[in-house]
Design a protein around this ligand. Structure first.
Ligand code: PGA
Length: 442
């Protein structure tokens, strides 16, 4: 491990190349970074290199490397999670980095510079998560300057101020390696719970055996608050989401102890209050403890709700830390002429177009329009096939979304178990039968 003679041999070009690769090219994660910069700075102080050429070159290589990492993640991100582990693509690396990234957000791009291993994967992950590029670039440049210039200058400074520093250079380099690796190790090993959390997060991205959920969409029912409270009481089960019309939400909220609360609609704009007659804002719902919001129900679409409005509502719901239940489905003509998948793909594409962030939770309710309220449900076999299709087409566009897919359309006490026993179906959206909860929660 003689960094000094190594740097002397490879020269500027070698140093710049290592920094470039290490900053964002996935196989660079085991390259030395901090010690290399420090030693190069030290060599500059001894007259072997020009400190300014070194700093400018290092910063440019570091910024360029990170940009390449981002572009790489952006392009091939969706494939990474499908790959089996290999020497370079160990999923664990991504898991650590993702957790780190979630904890520190934009600052992660800067902090990651100083953490070997994570350094290489952070920009790739930012690309996978499609982080806003101009924000990313700004933090990339700041990080590149702090790290590249900072470490080279420290080597340069120490080399100039401490006499006979070459005697201590080896222990100093070892210390730097130790100190720079330490935070990564602490992060990975000490925070066991964080690690488990991150693993769970990844697992959640795969279709799991999570508990099945019953979302109870009351629609424009019942007529009175008294009836509403009776229904709410007998719907109050742990795996239920009770979704009353907005007029009853605050009263129902007081009754529920185990069930979660949902809303049937939300105002599309990201405003908390204001001159919008008849609208209810996401913030107002959130303040009533609403956790889920139905968006794009076919009955609303029939009243004129467009995909554009739907996509904005989804974004507003997510931005307010609630979970959207996006309804999609084909009508009878489309069903008969075999265009179901095409219709669903179009709906999903345009409804989810504004989602761009890492790790968001969203529920899709597959509701064939012809099955809603008709007493004529889709068969569980066909529902499973379509749901698989929905899951795979979303994964392609949004690999990081935590999605659950429900079935909805004439689910009643007699057939609910047939749907819920399918591992692909994560829950059901129940309309008519939700008004008689005692029949469902037998
Ligand atoms: P349904 O309604 O259960 O009455 O068919 C389902 C829904 O519209 O969510």
């Amino acid at each position: 491990m003689d960094l000094i003679s190594l740097i002397k041999t490879v020269g500027y070009a070698g140093v710049f190349l290592v920094i470039f690769i290490e900053s964002g090219v996935f196989f660079g994660f085991f390259f030395p970074g901090d010690s290399l910069l420090f030693t190069a700075g030290f060599l500059a102080s001894q007259g072997f290199m020009n400190i300014w050429v070194l700093i400018i070159g290092v910063v440019i290589s570091a910024v360029a490397g990170v940009s390449v990492g981002y572009a790489f993640g952006f392009k091939i991100g969706p494939m990474i999670f499908k790959r089996e582990d290999s020497l370079f693509f160990h999923k664990d690396n991504l898991v650590h980095t993702q957790h780190f990234y979630e904890q520190y957000g934009k600052k992660a791009i800067i902090l990651a510079r100083f953490m070997p291993g994570i350094r290489t994967f952070a920009p790739i992950l930012a690309g996978v998560g499609k982080m806003n590029y101009s924000v990313f670039f700004l933090y990339n440049v700041i990080g590149g300057l702090l790290w590249g210039a900072g470490l080279s200058l420290s080597g340069y400074y120490l080399g100039n101020t401490i006499p006979n520093i070459d005697k201590y250079i080896l222990p100093i380099i070892l210390l730097i390696i130790f100190v720079s690796v330490l935070p990564t190790f602490i992060h990975i090993f000490k925070e066991k719970s964080a690690r488990e959390k991150a693993m769970k997060l990844i697992k959640n991205m795969m279709p799991g055996k999570n508990k099945k959920i019953l979302a109870l969409n009351w629609k424009m029912n019942p007529e009175s608050l008294t009836e509403a409270l009776v229904i709410a009481k007998s719907s109050d089960h742990k795996n239920a989401i009770v979704i009353p019309p907005s007029i009853f939400i605050s009263e129902v909220a007081r009754i529920l102890k185990r069930a979660k609360l949902g809303a049937q609609d939300v105002f599309y704009k990201e405003v908390e209050k204001g001159p919008y007659t008849g609208a209810v804002s996401a913030k107002e719902l959130k303040n009533l403890d609403v956790k889920y919001v139905i968006v794009g129900h076919s009955e609303k679409r029939a009243m004129g709700e467009t995909d554009e409005l739907i996509s904005q509502k989804i974004k507003t719901v997510l931005d307010n830390d609630m979970i959207p239940i996006l309804c999609v489905g084909e009508n009878l003509i489309q069903h008969k002429n075999g265009s179901t998948k095409k219709i669903l793909e179009d709906q999903l594409k345009s409804d989810l177009v504004l989602i761009d962030d890492l790790k968001k939770q969203i529920i899709i309710a597959y509701e064939p329009i012809w099955a809603i309220g008709s007493g004529n449900p889709e068969t569980p076999e066909n529902a499973v096939e379509t749901i698989n299709y929905i899951k795979s087409s979303i994964k392609k566009e949004h690999p990081y979304l935590d999605i659950k897919v429900f079935y909805g359309g004439s689910v009643v006490s007699q057939n609910i178990a047939d749907f819920l026993k399918r591992k692909e179906i994560d829950g059901v959206l129940i309309g008519g039968a939700s008004l008689k909860p005692e029949t469902i929660f037998k």
